[in-house]
Design a protein around this ligand. Structure first.
Ligand code: PHE
Length: 338
């Protein structure tokens, strides 16, 4: 039995040393349930009581020897496999990477940012109002009487009798005046909605930027100075501003404001349609009725307000002749504004 054990030990060792050794197969062959060493150990019952401990010890030594040899072999194999993997899957970190394609800001967003910057520099705060608005703020608080054509369902999207999609950013004026004591100096950009069919100059959703200043002794010349600074920063130093009399229910006096054409410098061209001037916004001195409705004493305070369409500014600035380009999300168009 002793020689048999020695044989098993040598045979196992030889099997493990063989070039094409399958280590797991060797383990099963010698140490497995039906393995050669296991079988030998089972037959130990036939040994004499003297022999049993001696052979038992030797058998254990052989078992430990084979187990360790197998463990060693397996760890070598593991290391080799890892090395192979590392070589095969090596990454050349010096290769140039794929350039990620970065999107660009939408021209409307670029322009809104620019407008915000200009007015922030002049000390205006940015506030936002709800797009779903009460009829009260959109109309009534702005001195727009019940029978005014702007209230016509043709123009405004109503949700209920007294809730609508705001048709202008002017309701933010009323909301701010209600809450904040003068001095007030805010702009409010955002979406507005009107029941218009889509064409080159109309969309049922577009953007406006509202401005409001309320303080003691605010006059029309403050309005003119503010808009003049704005126009020169936005369209260039040589730009001039022109006020034309107009009517808005919430301002008195009211004006439509034009800038001198920055392409032809006022001579007349395609952009200004030969006029030399381009209309950009509506403005005026806040109507005393509006101040009163919003809890501000018109004897003590006065102010001005203005509102411009952001799409219009974008179209003028970049020479875009059809508003629909701004909403179609054609990357060939959008990429030009990077
Ligand atoms: N809300 C007006 C419009 O949508 C613009 C405006 C704002 C006019 C503020 C005067 C003062 O046409």
């Amino acid at each position: 039995m002793k020689t048999k054990l020695e044989e098993i030990k040598l045979a196992a060792k030889a099997a493990l040393d063989a070039e094409d050794c399958d280590t797991e197969q060797v383990r099963i062959q010698y140490l497995g349930k039906k393995g050669e060493l296991t079988a030998l150990l089972r037959s130990m019952g036939s040994l004499s009581p003297e022999e049993r401990p001696i052979i038992g010890q030797l058998a254990n030594e052989v078992r430990t020897y084979i187990e360790e040899a197998i463990a060693q072999k397996k760890s070598e194999e593991g290391a080799k496999a890892l090395e192979k993997k590392l070589i095969e899957e090596r990454i050349d970190v010096t290769l140039p990477s794929k350039k990620p394609s970065v999107g660009t800001r939408h021209p409307l967003a670029i322009t809104q940012r620019k407008l915000e910057n200009i007015f922030q520099t002049m000390g205006f705060d940015i506030v936002h109002g709800p797009e779903v608005e009460y009829d009260y703020y959109n109309f009534k608080a702005l001195n727009i009487p019940e029978n005014h054509p702007a209230r016509d369902t043709q123009d405004t999207f109503y949700i209920t009798d007294n809730i609508l999609l705001r048709s202008q950013t002017s309701p933010v004026q009323a909301r701010v005046m209600e809450k904040q004591k003068p001095p007030i100096r805010i702009i409010s950009p955002g979406r507005v909605y009107r029941s218009d069919a889509v064409d080159a100059t109309h969309s049922p959703m577009f953007h406006q930027l509202e401005g409001l200043v309320i303080d003691k002794n605010i006059t029309m010349s403050d309005l003119k100075g503010t808009l003049d600074t704005f126009a020169k920063t936005m369209f260039g130093e040589e730009t001039n501003v022109r006020f034309r009399p107009h009517h808005f229910p919430f301002t008195e006096p009211s004006a439509e404001v034009d800038v001198s054409c920055f392409v032809c410098k006022g001579k007349g061209c395609r952009l200004c349609k030969g006029e030399g001037w381009i209309e950009i916004l509506g403005a005026g001195m806040v109507h005393p009725n509006v101040l009163r409705i919003c809890g501000i004493d018109p004897e003590e305070y006065s102010g001005f307000a203005f509102g411009m369409g952001i799409e219009r500014i974008v179209m003028i600035k970049y020479g875009i002749d059809d508003m629909r380009y701004l909403y179609e999300n054609d990357v060939r168009f959008l990429k030009q504004f990077s």
